[in-house]
Design a protein around this ligand. Structure first.
Ligand SMILES: Nc1ncnc2c1ncn2[C@@H]1O[C@H](COP(=O)(O)OP(=O)(O)OP(=O)(O)O)[C@@H](O)[C@H]1O
Length: 439
C-alpha cells in the first residue's frame, strides 16, 4: 500500500471518528433506554466472569481489529462490528467480533466445532451455508479472559422482518439453504440445537464489495453513558457507555432488490455438539419453543414458519395461557404419555427414548387438528400480503398463488412436526420435497 493510500484511509477513519462523536450525544438525548442498557442488565452482565467492556475505536489482537459499532448480543456474548486494519483490500470488509463472557470462554467446544466446520472441504454442498470462523483470539480484561470469534458480518432474519424486506427476497431459496446447511451439519456429525431466526444470517454480494462506510452510512452508533450515582470511581469492570445493538448492515430495501445470489449462513455453535463423541453436552440452553420434545427442546420447523410468514413470530410462543405441550398438541396430535410433563412448563424431561406409541386420535381430535392446520395456512397467506396495495383481481391471484405455496410449505413442516423423532423427515430428504421441486 502506498503512503498516499495510507493517509487517505487514515483521513476516512478520522472523519468517521468525528461523525461518531457528534452523533453519540445527539442520539442519546432523544432516545428511550432499551432493555440491554438498563442498569440491572448492566450489573448482571459486566462483572468478573461476565462480559468484557468494549468501546468504540478500541483495537484488539495487537491492533488488528478496530471496533466501529455493536451488532447484537446473546445469552453469553456480545457481537461488535469491526474492521481489519491490516487487510490488503482498499475497502474494509465488515467483520463481526463475538466477545464471549469470561465464564463461557472456559468452555471451548463452540470454537472447536466452529473451526472444525470451517476446515471441512469448502465446496461440499451446504458448507457455504455455515458462517466460517475467520480468526479467534483471547482478550484479558477486568472481568477475566474472553474468547473472541471473528467472522464476516451479516444481516439477520429478525432485522429483515422489521424492515419488511423479506418479501423482496426469495424465501423459498432461504428455506432451501437452511435445509442445505442443516443437512451439511448432520452429515458431518454436528447437531446445532439452537436454530432460531437470530442464528440465521444472510449475506448479499454488496457486503463483499461496498466497504463498511457505505454499508453503515445511515446507521450511526447510539450510546448511553453509564452514570453511576454511588460510585466514586468508575469500576473497570463496567464500560464507560453502553451501545445499543444496531443490526443494520445496508438497512435500505433498495440494497436488497437485486440481492441475489444471497447466501444463508447458519451461525452460533454455542449449543452445538457431536453425538457419539466424548464432548460433554454444552451447558447453554436452547429455547424450549424451538426444539424437539424429547430434549424438551422442540422442532426447528418453527423458525421456517417465522420466515415464511414474514412476521418474525414463532410457531409456538410458549408464553400464552396454554403450556407449550398443549400448544404443540394442537398441530401434532394428542400428546404421548411420555411427554405429558410438557403440560407443565416448569417440568424437565429426563429421558432419551425417541420412539413411543402414539395415542389414537378420536374423530373430533382429527377434525380439530386439521382445522388448526387450515387456520395456520390462512394466517400465513394473510401475513404474506405485500405492502403495496393490490387491485381486487391481483389480490385474488396473489392469494391463490400463495395458498398453493403455503400448502406445499406446510406439508413439509408437518413432516418435521412429529412426536416420534424417527418419524421426522431428515434435512437431506426435505430438499427433495415438492415445496422445493414443484415451485
Ligand atoms: N456474524 C454476525 N454478523 C452480524 N451480527 C451478528 C453476527 N453474529 C451474531 N450477530 C448478532 O449477535 C446476536 C448474538 O449472537 P450469537 O447468537 O452468536 O450469541 P450467543 O451469546 O451465542 O446467543 P444465544 O445463545 O442467545 O443465541 C445475533 O442474534 C445477531 O443479532
Amino acid at each position: 500500500m502506498s503512503k498516499l493510500e495510507v493517509s487517505e484511509a487514515e483521513k476516512e477513519s478520522r472523519k468517521f471518528d468525528s461523525r461518531l462523536q457528534s452523533q453519540i450525544y445527539r442520539e442519546t438525548a432523544s432516545l428511550s433506554v432499551p432493555d440491554e442498557t438498563s442498569s440491572p442488565c448492566l450489573q448482571s452482565r459486566y462483572h468478573p466472569g461476565g462480559l468484557h467492556p468494549v468501546h468504540f475505536t478500541e483495537r484488539y489482537n495487537n491492533g488488528q481489529y478496530r471496533i466501529l459499532n455493536k451488532l447484537g448480543f446473546g445469552s453469553s456474548s456480545h457481537v461488535w462490528l469491526a474492521e481489519d486494519t491490516t487487510a490488503a483490500e482498499p475497502l474494509s470488509r465488515p467483520l463481526a467480533l463475538k466477545f464471549m463472557e469470561a465464564k463461557a470462554s472456559e468452555r471451548t467446544l463452540e470454537i472447536e466445532i466452529h473451526k472444525y466446520l470451517t476446515t471441512l472441504a469448502a465446496g461440499e454442498a451446504g458448507s457455504r451455508n455455515i458462517l466460517p470462523c475467520l480468526d479467534t483470539f483471547r482478550v484479558e480484561g477486568p472481568n477475566g479472559v474472553h474468547n473472541v470469534i471473528v467472522s464476516d458480518a451479516l444481516v439477520f432474519i429478525p432485522a429483515l422482518c422489521t424492515w419488511k424486506i423479506l418479501e423482496d427476497l426469495d424465501e423459498t431459496d432461504i428455506v432451501r439453504q437452511i435445509f442445505q446447511g442443516v443437512s451439511f451439519l448432520h452429515e458431518n456429525g454436528v447437531v446445532h440445537r439452537d436454530l432460531h431466526c437470530g442464528n440465521i444470517g444472510i449475506e448479499i454480494p454488496l457486503f463483499r464489495t461496498a466497504g463498511i462506510m457505505d454499508l453503515t452510512e445511515n446507521d450511526p452508533p447510539i450510546i448511553f453513558p453509564c452514570i453511576l450515582s454511588d460510585a466514586v470511581e468508575h469500576p473497570r469492570s463496567l464500560p464507560k457507555y453502553i451501545v445499543q445493538s444496531s443490526p443494520a448492515l445496508a438497512a435500505h430495501r433498495h440494497h436488497y432488490k437485486d440481492a441475489s445470489p444471497l447466501v444463508v449462513k447458519i451461525v452460533d455453535f454455542g449449543c452445538a455438539f457431536r453425538p457419539g463423541s466424548s464432548d460433554a453436552l454444552p451447558e447453554g440452553k436452547p429455547r424450549r419453543t424451538l426444539t424437539a420434545p424429547e430434549v424438551t427442546y422442540g422442532p426447528w420447523a418453527a423458525p421456517l414458519v417465522e420466515i415464511y410468514s414474514r412476521t418474525s413470530q414463532s410457531l409456538f410462543d410458549g408464553a400464552t395461557s396454554s403450556p407449550l405441550g398443549a400448544e404443540m398438541a394442537k398441530l401434532l396430535g394428542p400428546i404421548p404419555e411420555i411427554y405429558r410433563c410438557l403440560l407443565d412448563d416448569n417440568a424437565t424431561l429426563h429421558h432419551s427414548d425417541t420412539h413411543m406409541s402414539l395415542p389414537n386420535e378420536s374423530e373430533d381430535e382429527r377434525f380439530e387438528i386439521s382445522t388448526n392446520w387450515k387456520t395456520l395456512e390462512t394466517s400465513i397467506v394473510a401475513a404474506r400480503a405485500p405492502r403495496r396495495l393490490l387491485s381486487p383481481e391481483d389480490e385474488l391471484d396473489r392469494v391463490e398463488r400463495d395458498t398453493k405455496d403455503v400448502q406445499r410449505f406446510l406439508s413439509l413442516v408437518k413432516q418435521m412436526l412429529r412426536w416420534n423423532a424417527e418419524d421426522r423427515i431428515q434435512a437431506k430428504e426435505a430438499l427433495e420435497s415438492p415445496f422445493f421441486t414443484e415451485k
